[in-house]
Ligand binder design. Structure first.
Ligand SMILES: [Zn+2]
Length: 405
């Protein structure tokens, strides 16, 4: 084989992102542990990079010494029970810092030099349910009672880059039982506010514009973004509120401000816009309606409200459509390929820890594919196949020590 992609990935993680250092700095609440936290977490991270679907699968890989060459000769790896116990008491902040440092390095290496859409750095937020059960529960579970059965689940809001370049998870925030209402809209907005505040705290002005769906089309979200110095674009639905209804009426009486023929696979897009004032929001906002005629003659429309007063309409259209990137590249991809909806381990801090590791693995893979392999692979399955092949070949070759601890 001309090149061993697994060896290439390991070197990339170590030399460019210093993931080994971050892992070695991790700590947890166990007393007199046999294995350091890093030793326990490393196989899990490699497992997620190789797309394991269960801890049983990881357990078999460890038992078969698949990761042997990543550690100095003679290193004993923990069994799956020790991994589960460690994840329950791990220092979540350490995992958060590993992800932050990946993003900082990516930015420092000019990954997003030209922004993600027309020179702007754009991120999207969306909420999702990670998994649910009618049997297992923990103190952090959300509950939904239906008749005699209670459904337990975990949900959260995720923020990722959208547009051009690697799709990186910038941060996520879990619903907290008791604090965030289980009712989707009310709860999620609260969680999303915490999320964007925490991202700004860690990364400063990394994001120019944040795109979100109609549940955020209100003064609470727009004022929150404004106070953080981030521009907001939100989907507007028909019945949002009074001031919006007026804006929509105004727009319906005016002529299109721009008409685009054959734009991005659509036959025609007519754009209508007006400025308006939303209750409890001080500066004026823009209300824009994109009336789309598809090539099959079907007609749809996208309505948005935004604080971007000067931005070109075509740029705004690209941004609101890029919102689907978080759905496709992050949620659907990770749910289908990486067991994002699978409960690997439940209890204590384990759920959040596993999510961090899945997102860290996803970010590393995105950067590896875009930056190191220059999007050479058309399918992610193909690179996973080659990674597993590389891991297998390494087993019978020289050591490739990832960590010395
Ligand atoms: Zn739970």
């Amino acid at each position: 084989m001309r090149q061993n992609y697994f060896a290439k990935l390991v070197r990339y993680m170590k030399n460019v992102y210093h993931i080994d250092r971050g892992l070695n700095k991790l700590s947890d609440g166990r007393v007199n542990p046999t294995y350091s936290t890093g030793q326990v977490i490393m196989p899990v991270l490699f497992g997620f990079l190789l797309r394991i679907k269960s801890f049983n699968e990881l357990s078999l890989m460890i038992k078969n010494h698949e990761f042997r060459q990543l550690f100095p000769r003679g290193t004993k790896l923990p069994q799956i029970d020790a991994i589960r116990d460690t994840l329950k008491v791990i220092d979540i902040d350490g995992l958060k810092q590993i992800n932050q440092s990946i993003l900082k390095t990516a930015v420092g290496n000019k990954t997003f030099e030209n922004g993600t859409i027309d020179g702007y750095m754009v991120a999207a937020i969306d909420g999702t349910k990670f998994f649910g059960s009618n049997r297992k529960s923990c103190s952090e579970c959300l509950k939904n009672a239906k008749g005699k059965t209670t459904h337990f689940f975990h949900s959260g809001a995720v923020m990722s880059t959208v547009g051009m370049g690697p799709k990186l998870v910038i941060g996520f925030e879990m619903y907290k039982p008791g604090q965030d209402a289980v009712a989707k809209d009310e709860g999620e907005l609260n969680v999303a506010k915490r999320l964007i505040s925490s991202v700004v705290k860690s990364h400063g002005k990394f994001i120019d514009v944040v795109v979100y769906d109609a549940l955020a089309c209100n003064s609470v979200w727009i004022n929150h973004c404004k106070s953080l110095g981030i521009d907001a674009i939100v989907r507007a639905k028909n019945n949002n509120n009074n001031s919006l209804r007026l804006a929509r009426k105004t727009v319906n009486k005016t002529e299109a401000v721009e008409v685009w023929e054959c734009e991005k696979g659509f036959e025609k897009v007519e754009v209508y816009e007006s400025t308006f004032t939303m209750d409890n929001v001080e500066p004026s906002l823009r209300f824009i309606k994109f009336a789309i005629k598809h090539t099959n003659n079907q007609r749809t429309q996208i309505m948005i409200v935004t604080t971007c007063m000067e931005m070109a309409l075509k740029t705004l259209f690209k941004m609101i459509r890029a919102r689907w990137d978080i759905e496709n590249s992050i949620f659907n991809n990770l749910k289908r390929e990486c067991g994002l909806e699978h409960c690997f381990v439940h209890g204590g801090k384990a759920v959040e820890a596993v999510l961090y590791l899945i997102f860290i693995a996803s970010n590393i893979m995105q950067l590896f594919l875009v930056r190191r392999l220059r999007n050479h692979f058309t399918t992610q399955r193909e690179i996973i196949r080659l990674l597993l092949k590389g891991l297998y070949l390494l087993k019978y070759k020289s050591e490739l020590v990832f960590s010395s601890s």
